[in-house]
Design a protein around this ligand. Structure first.
Ligand SMILES: Cc1ncc(COP(=O)(O)O)c(C=O)c1O
Length: 446
Protein backbone atom coordinates (compact mmCIF):
# COMPACT_ATOMS: atom_id res chain seq x y z
CA UNK A 1 0.00 0.00 0.00
CA UNK A 2 1.36 3.41 -0.96
CA UNK A 3 2.02 5.48 2.18
CA UNK A 4 0.75 9.06 2.02
CA UNK A 5 2.36 11.54 4.44
CA UNK A 6 0.02 13.26 6.88
CA UNK A 7 0.24 17.06 6.83
CA UNK A 8 2.65 18.36 9.52
CA UNK A 9 1.57 19.36 13.03
CA UNK A 10 3.30 21.27 15.84
CA UNK A 11 1.80 19.03 18.48
CA UNK A 12 3.97 16.39 20.14
CA UNK A 13 1.94 13.79 22.01
CA UNK A 14 2.88 12.81 25.55
CA UNK A 15 4.38 9.40 26.15
CA UNK A 16 1.53 7.04 26.99
CA UNK A 17 1.94 4.94 30.10
CA UNK A 18 -1.57 3.57 30.78
CA UNK A 19 -3.02 0.09 30.18
CA UNK A 20 -2.43 -1.53 26.78
CA UNK A 21 -5.14 -1.65 24.12
CA UNK A 22 -5.47 -5.41 24.71
CA UNK A 23 -6.05 -4.84 28.45
CA UNK A 24 -8.59 -2.12 27.76
CA UNK A 25 -10.41 -4.35 25.28
CA UNK A 26 -10.55 -7.22 27.78
CA UNK A 27 -11.90 -4.96 30.55
CA UNK A 28 -14.40 -3.39 28.19
CA UNK A 29 -15.73 -6.85 27.28
CA UNK A 30 -15.92 -7.81 30.94
CA UNK A 31 -17.42 -4.67 32.42
CA UNK A 32 -19.16 -2.64 29.73
CA UNK A 33 -22.30 -2.58 27.58
CA UNK A 34 -21.84 -5.54 25.26
CA UNK A 35 -24.27 -4.06 22.71
CA UNK A 36 -21.88 -1.32 21.60
CA UNK A 37 -19.70 -2.04 18.62
CA UNK A 38 -16.11 -1.22 17.75
CA UNK A 39 -14.72 -0.15 14.39
CA UNK A 40 -11.80 -2.04 12.78
CA UNK A 41 -10.65 -5.66 12.82
CA UNK A 42 -8.04 -4.69 15.40
CA UNK A 43 -9.70 -1.88 17.38
CA UNK A 44 -7.62 1.23 17.86
CA UNK A 45 -7.33 3.07 21.16
CA UNK A 46 -7.14 6.86 21.15
CA UNK A 47 -5.26 8.54 23.98
CA UNK A 48 -4.63 12.11 22.84
CA UNK A 49 -6.09 14.71 20.50
CA UNK A 50 -5.08 18.14 19.21
CA UNK A 51 -7.37 19.98 16.80
CA UNK A 52 -8.02 17.74 13.75
CA UNK A 53 -5.60 14.98 14.80
CA UNK A 54 -5.72 12.11 17.28
CA UNK A 55 -3.01 9.72 18.49
CA UNK A 56 -3.16 6.10 19.56
CA UNK A 57 -1.17 4.67 22.47
CA UNK A 58 1.77 3.83 20.20
CA UNK A 59 2.09 7.47 19.11
CA UNK A 60 0.59 6.84 15.64
CA UNK A 61 -1.25 9.91 14.39
CA UNK A 62 -4.55 9.97 12.49
CA UNK A 63 -6.54 12.68 10.73
CA UNK A 64 -9.89 12.52 12.51
CA UNK A 65 -12.36 12.43 9.65
CA UNK A 66 -15.33 11.66 11.87
CA UNK A 67 -14.77 13.98 14.83
CA UNK A 68 -15.96 11.46 17.42
CA UNK A 69 -19.14 10.93 15.39
CA UNK A 70 -19.76 14.50 14.23
CA UNK A 71 -19.14 15.84 17.73
CA UNK A 72 -15.71 17.50 17.85
CA UNK A 73 -16.74 20.65 16.04
CA UNK A 74 -13.93 23.16 16.64
CA UNK A 75 -11.01 20.80 17.28
CA UNK A 76 -9.83 18.29 19.87
CA UNK A 77 -8.78 20.03 23.10
CA UNK A 78 -9.11 23.44 21.44
CA UNK A 79 -7.03 25.68 23.77
CA UNK A 80 -9.70 28.39 24.04
CA UNK A 81 -12.36 25.85 25.01
CA UNK A 82 -10.02 24.07 27.42
CA UNK A 83 -9.17 27.41 29.05
CA UNK A 84 -12.87 28.25 29.53
CA UNK A 85 -13.54 24.79 31.03
CA UNK A 86 -10.51 24.93 33.35
CA UNK A 87 -11.36 28.41 34.59
CA UNK A 88 -14.91 27.35 35.48
CA UNK A 89 -13.80 24.00 36.91
CA UNK A 90 -11.63 25.86 39.39
CA UNK A 91 -14.42 28.27 40.38
CA UNK A 92 -17.76 26.43 40.68
CA UNK A 93 -18.50 23.10 39.04
CA UNK A 94 -22.17 22.69 39.79
CA UNK A 95 -25.09 24.66 41.17
CA UNK A 96 -28.41 23.63 39.41
CA UNK A 97 -31.22 25.76 38.08
CA UNK A 98 -32.79 26.43 41.50
CA UNK A 99 -30.15 29.18 41.95
CA UNK A 100 -29.17 31.96 39.61
CA UNK A 101 -25.93 31.30 37.78
CA UNK A 102 -24.38 33.75 35.30
CA UNK A 103 -22.80 31.30 32.84
CA UNK A 104 -25.99 29.59 31.82
CA UNK A 105 -27.89 32.80 31.04
CA UNK A 106 -24.97 34.36 29.19
CA UNK A 107 -24.73 31.19 27.17
CA UNK A 108 -28.49 31.05 26.52
CA UNK A 109 -28.38 34.66 25.29
CA UNK A 110 -25.48 33.86 22.95
CA UNK A 111 -27.08 30.65 21.64
CA UNK A 112 -30.42 32.40 21.05
CA UNK A 113 -28.60 35.09 19.04
CA UNK A 114 -27.61 32.38 16.55
CA UNK A 115 -31.22 31.36 15.84
CA UNK A 116 -33.66 33.08 13.51
CA UNK A 117 -37.20 34.31 14.15
CA UNK A 118 -38.78 33.77 17.52
CA UNK A 119 -36.53 30.86 18.50
CA UNK A 120 -35.28 32.40 21.74
CA UNK A 121 -36.12 30.13 24.69
CA UNK A 122 -33.35 27.65 25.57
CA UNK A 123 -33.62 24.43 27.56
CA UNK A 124 -30.36 22.67 28.38
CA UNK A 125 -30.04 18.89 28.68
CA UNK A 126 -27.21 16.37 28.37
CA UNK A 127 -27.69 14.44 25.14
CA UNK A 128 -29.41 14.52 21.77
CA UNK A 129 -31.82 11.76 22.82
CA UNK A 130 -32.92 13.81 25.82
CA UNK A 131 -33.31 16.90 23.65
CA UNK A 132 -35.62 15.05 21.25
CA UNK A 133 -37.60 13.58 24.13
CA UNK A 134 -38.17 17.07 25.51
CA UNK A 135 -39.07 18.42 22.06
CA UNK A 136 -41.82 15.79 21.78
CA UNK A 137 -43.17 16.72 25.21
CA UNK A 138 -43.26 20.38 24.19
CA UNK A 139 -44.94 19.66 20.88
CA UNK A 140 -47.62 17.56 22.54
CA UNK A 141 -48.18 20.07 25.34
CA UNK A 142 -48.34 22.99 22.94
CA UNK A 143 -50.73 21.44 20.42
CA UNK A 144 -52.85 19.09 22.51
CA UNK A 145 -52.22 16.49 19.78
CA UNK A 146 -50.31 13.24 20.13
CA UNK A 147 -49.29 11.87 16.74
CA UNK A 148 -45.86 12.61 15.35
CA UNK A 149 -44.49 12.26 11.83
CA UNK A 150 -40.84 11.27 11.51
CA UNK A 151 -38.92 9.92 8.53
CA UNK A 152 -37.66 6.51 7.51
CA UNK A 153 -33.87 6.30 7.52
CA UNK A 154 -33.85 8.73 10.48
CA UNK A 155 -31.85 8.44 13.70
CA UNK A 156 -32.97 10.50 16.70
CA UNK A 157 -31.48 8.68 19.69
CA UNK A 158 -31.34 5.56 21.80
CA UNK A 159 -33.77 6.30 24.66
CA UNK A 160 -37.37 5.27 24.25
CA UNK A 161 -38.49 8.51 22.52
CA UNK A 162 -35.40 8.56 20.34
CA UNK A 163 -35.81 4.93 19.36
CA UNK A 164 -39.47 5.47 18.51
CA UNK A 165 -38.58 8.34 16.18
CA UNK A 166 -35.68 6.42 14.65
CA UNK A 167 -36.50 4.32 11.59
CA UNK A 168 -33.61 1.93 11.10
CA UNK A 169 -34.10 -1.67 12.20
CA UNK A 170 -30.47 -1.81 13.42
CA UNK A 171 -31.29 0.52 16.31
CA UNK A 172 -34.77 -0.63 17.29
CA UNK A 173 -35.20 -3.23 20.03
CA UNK A 174 -38.12 -5.60 19.94
CA UNK A 175 -40.17 -3.80 22.60
CA UNK A 176 -43.36 -1.80 22.21
CA UNK A 177 -42.30 1.52 20.75
CA UNK A 178 -43.28 4.20 18.26
CA UNK A 179 -46.83 4.52 19.65
CA UNK A 180 -48.27 7.53 17.81
CA UNK A 181 -45.18 7.89 15.61
CA UNK A 182 -45.58 7.44 11.84
CA UNK A 183 -42.63 7.26 9.49
CA UNK A 184 -42.94 8.92 6.11
CA UNK A 185 -40.95 8.05 3.00
CA UNK A 186 -37.31 9.10 3.29
CA UNK A 187 -36.63 11.94 0.84
CA UNK A 188 -33.61 10.03 -0.42
CA UNK A 189 -33.03 10.99 -4.06
CA UNK A 190 -30.36 8.33 -4.71
CA UNK A 191 -32.53 5.38 -3.59
CA UNK A 192 -36.09 6.71 -3.34
CA UNK A 193 -38.75 6.80 -6.06
CA UNK A 194 -38.01 10.44 -7.01
CA UNK A 195 -34.40 10.93 -8.07
CA UNK A 196 -31.95 13.77 -8.60
CA UNK A 197 -33.34 14.20 -12.12
CA UNK A 198 -36.84 15.03 -10.86
CA UNK A 199 -37.24 18.80 -10.32
CA UNK A 200 -40.45 18.17 -8.33
CA UNK A 201 -38.92 15.54 -6.03
CA UNK A 202 -39.17 17.79 -2.94
CA UNK A 203 -42.88 18.30 -3.39
CA UNK A 204 -43.51 14.65 -4.31
CA UNK A 205 -41.79 13.34 -1.17
CA UNK A 206 -43.68 15.90 0.93
CA UNK A 207 -46.98 14.56 -0.45
CA UNK A 208 -46.28 11.36 1.47
CA UNK A 209 -46.36 13.33 4.73
CA UNK A 210 -49.74 14.78 3.78
CA UNK A 211 -50.97 11.31 2.87
CA UNK A 212 -49.74 9.87 6.17
CA UNK A 213 -51.49 12.61 8.15
CA UNK A 214 -54.73 11.94 6.27
CA UNK A 215 -54.64 8.14 6.54
CA UNK A 216 -52.65 7.23 9.65
CA UNK A 217 -53.51 9.93 12.20
CA UNK A 218 -56.70 11.57 13.51
CA UNK A 219 -56.00 14.29 10.95
CA UNK A 220 -54.29 16.38 13.61
CA UNK A 221 -50.66 15.95 14.60
CA UNK A 222 -48.41 17.23 17.35
CA UNK A 223 -45.24 17.48 15.29
CA UNK A 224 -43.05 16.64 12.36
CA UNK A 225 -39.41 15.95 13.18
CA UNK A 226 -36.48 15.52 10.80
CA UNK A 227 -32.73 15.82 10.72
CA UNK A 228 -31.82 18.53 8.23
CA UNK A 229 -29.43 16.06 6.55
CA UNK A 230 -29.91 12.46 7.72
CA UNK A 231 -26.75 11.57 9.63
CA UNK A 232 -26.70 7.92 10.69
CA UNK A 233 -28.77 7.23 7.55
CA UNK A 234 -25.72 8.10 5.44
CA UNK A 235 -25.70 11.89 5.03
CA UNK A 236 -28.85 11.98 2.93
CA UNK A 237 -29.66 15.47 1.69
CA UNK A 238 -33.28 16.28 0.95
CA UNK A 239 -34.39 17.69 -2.41
CA UNK A 240 -34.93 21.45 -2.40
CA UNK A 241 -38.40 22.55 -1.39
CA UNK A 242 -39.04 19.41 0.68
CA UNK A 243 -39.12 20.91 4.17
CA UNK A 244 -41.01 24.01 3.04
CA UNK A 245 -43.82 21.92 1.64
CA UNK A 246 -43.84 19.47 4.58
CA UNK A 247 -43.98 22.32 7.08
CA UNK A 248 -47.11 23.65 5.32
CA UNK A 249 -48.83 20.25 5.55
CA UNK A 250 -47.88 19.80 9.20
CA UNK A 251 -48.93 23.27 10.29
CA UNK A 252 -52.24 22.87 8.44
CA UNK A 253 -52.81 19.74 10.58
CA UNK A 254 -52.19 21.69 13.81
CA UNK A 255 -48.63 20.43 14.33
CA UNK A 256 -45.35 22.12 15.12
CA UNK A 257 -42.11 21.48 13.26
CA UNK A 258 -38.94 20.19 14.91
CA UNK A 259 -35.50 20.37 13.31
CA UNK A 260 -33.00 17.89 14.73
CA UNK A 261 -29.73 19.78 14.29
CA UNK A 262 -27.67 17.34 16.34
CA UNK A 263 -25.32 16.70 13.42
CA UNK A 264 -26.06 19.56 11.00
CA UNK A 265 -25.85 22.54 13.34
CA UNK A 266 -23.08 24.97 14.26
CA UNK A 267 -21.89 25.86 10.78
CA UNK A 268 -21.04 22.36 9.61
CA UNK A 269 -23.03 22.67 6.37
CA UNK A 270 -20.88 25.67 5.42
CA UNK A 271 -23.47 27.83 3.68
CA UNK A 272 -25.57 28.27 6.83
CA UNK A 273 -25.22 28.01 10.58
CA UNK A 274 -28.20 25.60 10.81
CA UNK A 275 -29.05 22.83 8.40
CA UNK A 276 -32.74 23.82 8.20
CA UNK A 277 -31.70 27.18 6.72
CA UNK A 278 -30.42 25.35 3.63
CA UNK A 279 -34.09 24.51 2.94
CA UNK A 280 -35.34 28.07 3.59
CA UNK A 281 -37.55 27.19 6.59
CA UNK A 282 -37.79 28.21 10.23
CA UNK A 283 -38.89 25.40 12.55
CA UNK A 284 -40.84 25.88 15.78
CA UNK A 285 -38.43 23.78 17.85
CA UNK A 286 -34.73 23.05 17.28
CA UNK A 287 -32.84 20.25 19.03
CA UNK A 288 -29.04 20.24 19.18
CA UNK A 289 -26.23 18.18 20.72
CA UNK A 290 -22.83 16.76 19.66
CA UNK A 291 -21.00 19.72 18.04
CA UNK A 292 -22.62 22.15 20.49
CA UNK A 293 -20.14 21.06 23.18
CA UNK A 294 -17.12 19.96 21.09
CA UNK A 295 -17.16 16.68 23.02
CA UNK A 296 -18.62 17.62 26.40
CA UNK A 297 -22.07 16.30 27.39
CA UNK A 298 -24.22 19.27 26.44
CA UNK A 299 -27.42 19.43 24.41
CA UNK A 300 -30.25 21.91 24.03
CA UNK A 301 -33.76 22.55 22.81
CA UNK A 302 -34.60 26.03 21.59
CA UNK A 303 -38.16 27.11 20.93
CA UNK A 304 -40.47 30.11 20.82
CA UNK A 305 -41.81 31.85 23.95
CA UNK A 306 -45.31 30.70 22.94
CA UNK A 307 -44.39 27.02 22.86
CA UNK A 308 -42.26 27.37 26.00
CA UNK A 309 -45.30 28.77 27.82
CA UNK A 310 -47.09 25.46 27.34
CA UNK A 311 -44.61 23.78 29.68
CA UNK A 312 -45.09 26.20 32.56
CA UNK A 313 -48.07 24.42 34.14
CA UNK A 314 -45.70 21.84 35.67
CA UNK A 315 -42.07 21.83 36.70
CA UNK A 316 -39.61 20.83 34.03
CA UNK A 317 -36.27 20.15 35.65
CA UNK A 318 -32.93 18.69 34.58
CA UNK A 319 -30.17 18.35 37.22
CA UNK A 320 -27.19 18.96 34.96
CA UNK A 321 -28.90 21.01 32.26
CA UNK A 322 -27.00 24.28 32.00
CA UNK A 323 -24.29 23.24 34.41
CA UNK A 324 -21.76 26.12 34.85
CA UNK A 325 -18.87 24.18 33.31
CA UNK A 326 -20.71 22.96 30.22
CA UNK A 327 -22.26 26.40 29.74
CA UNK A 328 -18.78 27.92 29.75
CA UNK A 329 -17.71 25.33 27.20
CA UNK A 330 -20.78 25.86 25.00
CA UNK A 331 -20.23 29.62 24.93
CA UNK A 332 -16.52 29.18 24.16
CA UNK A 333 -17.40 26.85 21.25
CA UNK A 334 -19.67 29.51 19.71
CA UNK A 335 -16.94 32.13 20.17
CA UNK A 336 -14.35 29.92 18.45
CA UNK A 337 -16.70 29.24 15.52
CA UNK A 338 -17.07 33.00 15.09
CA UNK A 339 -13.46 34.06 15.72
CA UNK A 340 -11.95 31.39 13.49
CA UNK A 341 -14.57 31.64 10.74
CA UNK A 342 -15.14 27.92 10.93
CA UNK A 343 -18.40 28.01 8.99
CA UNK A 344 -16.61 29.66 6.06
CA UNK A 345 -13.81 27.11 6.40
CA UNK A 346 -16.37 24.28 6.32
CA UNK A 347 -17.72 25.70 3.07
CA UNK A 348 -14.36 26.27 1.41
CA UNK A 349 -12.67 23.01 2.38
CA UNK A 350 -15.91 21.08 1.98
CA UNK A 351 -16.34 22.31 -1.60
CA UNK A 352 -12.75 21.40 -2.41
CA UNK A 353 -13.30 17.87 -1.06
CA UNK A 354 -16.65 17.50 -2.81
CA UNK A 355 -15.04 18.35 -6.15
CA UNK A 356 -12.28 15.79 -5.45
CA UNK A 357 -14.81 13.13 -4.46
CA UNK A 358 -16.72 13.66 -7.69
CA UNK A 359 -13.46 13.05 -9.57
CA UNK A 360 -12.92 9.86 -7.59
CA UNK A 361 -16.45 8.82 -8.58
CA UNK A 362 -15.43 9.04 -12.25
CA UNK A 363 -12.51 6.73 -11.56
CA UNK A 364 -13.92 4.17 -9.09
CA UNK A 365 -17.08 2.42 -10.23
CA UNK A 366 -17.82 1.25 -6.69
CA UNK A 367 -18.81 4.81 -5.77
CA UNK A 368 -22.53 5.13 -6.45
CA UNK A 369 -23.23 8.56 -5.02
CA UNK A 370 -21.33 11.49 -3.58
CA UNK A 371 -23.35 14.00 -1.56
CA UNK A 372 -23.50 16.36 1.37
CA UNK A 373 -22.75 19.93 2.27
CA UNK A 374 -19.77 21.65 3.85
CA UNK A 375 -17.95 19.24 6.12
CA UNK A 376 -20.72 16.65 6.17
CA UNK A 377 -19.93 14.52 3.14
CA UNK A 378 -21.08 11.02 2.24
CA UNK A 379 -19.92 8.49 -0.32
CA UNK A 380 -22.43 5.70 -0.95
CA UNK A 381 -20.84 2.51 -2.25
CA UNK A 382 -22.63 0.04 -4.51
CA UNK A 383 -21.61 -3.23 -6.09
CA UNK A 384 -23.30 -2.16 -9.31
CA UNK A 385 -24.41 1.29 -10.36
CA UNK A 386 -27.59 -0.02 -12.02
CA UNK A 387 -28.88 -2.36 -9.33
CA UNK A 388 -27.44 -0.23 -6.50
CA UNK A 389 -26.79 -3.33 -4.39
CA UNK A 390 -25.10 -1.91 -1.27
CA UNK A 391 -21.34 -2.60 -1.11
CA UNK A 392 -21.26 -3.24 2.63
CA UNK A 393 -18.11 -5.36 2.88
CA UNK A 394 -16.23 -3.10 0.48
CA UNK A 395 -17.22 -0.02 2.51
CA UNK A 396 -15.85 -1.67 5.66
CA UNK A 397 -12.65 -2.48 3.80
CA UNK A 398 -12.16 1.10 2.56
CA UNK A 399 -12.66 2.38 6.12
CA UNK A 400 -10.13 -0.21 7.37
CA UNK A 401 -7.54 0.64 4.71
CA UNK A 402 -7.98 4.36 5.35
CA UNK A 403 -7.31 3.75 9.04
CA UNK A 404 -4.08 1.90 8.19
CA UNK A 405 -3.09 4.94 6.12
CA UNK A 406 -3.79 7.35 8.99
CA UNK A 407 -7.35 8.49 8.30
CA UNK A 408 -10.39 7.81 10.50
CA UNK A 409 -13.73 7.71 8.70
CA UNK A 410 -17.30 6.80 9.62
CA UNK A 411 -19.86 4.46 8.13
CA UNK A 412 -23.59 5.03 7.76
CA UNK A 413 -26.70 3.89 5.92
CA UNK A 414 -28.98 0.96 6.71
CA UNK A 415 -26.46 -1.55 5.37
CA UNK A 416 -23.25 0.27 6.40
CA UNK A 417 -22.67 1.13 2.75
CA UNK A 418 -21.93 4.84 3.05
CA UNK A 419 -18.67 6.45 4.12
CA UNK A 420 -19.20 9.47 6.32
CA UNK A 421 -16.71 12.31 6.55
CA UNK A 422 -17.42 14.92 9.23
CA UNK A 423 -14.11 16.12 10.71
CA UNK A 424 -13.50 18.95 13.18
CA UNK A 425 -14.22 22.14 11.21
CA UNK A 426 -10.63 23.37 11.63
CA UNK A 427 -9.20 21.07 8.93
CA UNK A 428 -7.17 22.71 6.18
CA UNK A 429 -6.50 22.17 2.48
CA UNK A 430 -3.50 19.92 3.12
CA UNK A 431 -5.72 17.66 5.25
CA UNK A 432 -8.32 17.65 2.47
CA UNK A 433 -5.73 16.63 -0.11
CA UNK A 434 -4.46 13.91 2.24
CA UNK A 435 -8.03 12.61 2.60
CA UNK A 436 -8.54 12.51 -1.18
CA UNK A 437 -5.21 10.73 -1.77
CA UNK A 438 -6.00 8.14 0.92
CA UNK A 439 -9.48 7.53 -0.46
CA UNK A 440 -8.10 7.09 -3.97
CA UNK A 441 -5.70 4.47 -2.67
CA UNK A 442 -8.36 2.77 -0.51
CA UNK A 443 -10.98 2.64 -3.29
CA UNK A 444 -8.30 1.25 -5.60
CA UNK A 445 -7.75 -1.61 -3.16
CA UNK A 446 -11.33 -3.02 -3.30
C1 LIG B 1 -29.44 13.34 14.42
C2 LIG B 1 -29.27 12.77 15.80
N1 LIG B 1 -30.19 13.03 16.73
C3 LIG B 1 -30.08 12.56 17.99
C4 LIG B 1 -29.01 11.78 18.34
C5 LIG B 1 -28.90 11.24 19.74
O1 LIG B 1 -27.89 11.92 20.40
P1 LIG B 1 -27.21 11.28 21.73
O2 LIG B 1 -26.41 10.10 21.28
O3 LIG B 1 -26.40 12.42 22.27
O4 LIG B 1 -28.31 10.90 22.63
C6 LIG B 1 -28.02 11.48 17.41
C7 LIG B 1 -26.86 10.64 17.77
O5 LIG B 1 -26.13 10.14 16.95
C8 LIG B 1 -28.16 11.99 16.09
O6 LIG B 1 -27.24 11.73 15.16
Amino acid sequence: MKQIPLPPTNHTPQKYSGPTAEEVLAKRKQFMNSGIFLYYKKPIMLVEGAMQYVWDETGKRYLDGLGGIVTVSVGHCHPYVVEAANRQNETLQHSTTIYLQPNVVLYAEKLASKLPGDLKMCYFVNSGSEANDLALLMARAATGNYDVIALRNAYHGGNSSGMSLTAHSNWKYNVPHSFGVHHALAPYPYRGPFGYDDPDAGKKYSDDVKNLIEYATPGKVAAFIAESIQGVGGFVEFPQGYLKSVYEHVRAAGGVTIADEVQTGFGRTGTHFWGFETQGVIPDIVTMAKGIGNGCPLAAVVTTPKIAASLTSKVHFNTFGGNPVVSAIGKAVLEVIEKENLQANALQIGNHILAGLNQLKEKHKIIGDVRGKGLMLGIEMVKDRTTKVPATAECAQVVETAKDLGLLLGKGGLWGQTIRFAPPMCINKADADFLLAVLDEAFGSV
